[in-house]
Unconditional design. Structure first.
Length: 63
């Protein structure tokens, strides 16, 4: 699934570790999502959207 997580994270000057801690996952999970090798659970997608104060659809786009 396409996403702009890396760009959103960079705009906030957050590391993968910072974002991972904020949404309670590992840094490796954030890395895998950014590289489009892992699709997050619905729960994680909601947590990411809440963290970035946007809708899930703003971050993720089905291919």
């Amino acid at each position: 699934m396409k996403n702009d997580l890396k760009e959103r994270r960079a705009d906030r000057d957050e590391s993968q570790a910072d974002l991972a801690a904020a949404v309670d996952v590992t840094r490796q999970t954030i890395n895998a999502i950014e590289r489009e090798r892992y699709d997050p659970s619905l729960e994680l997608a909601f947590a990411l959207a809440e963290h970035f104060d946007c809708a899930i659809e703003d971050i993720f786009e089905p291919e």
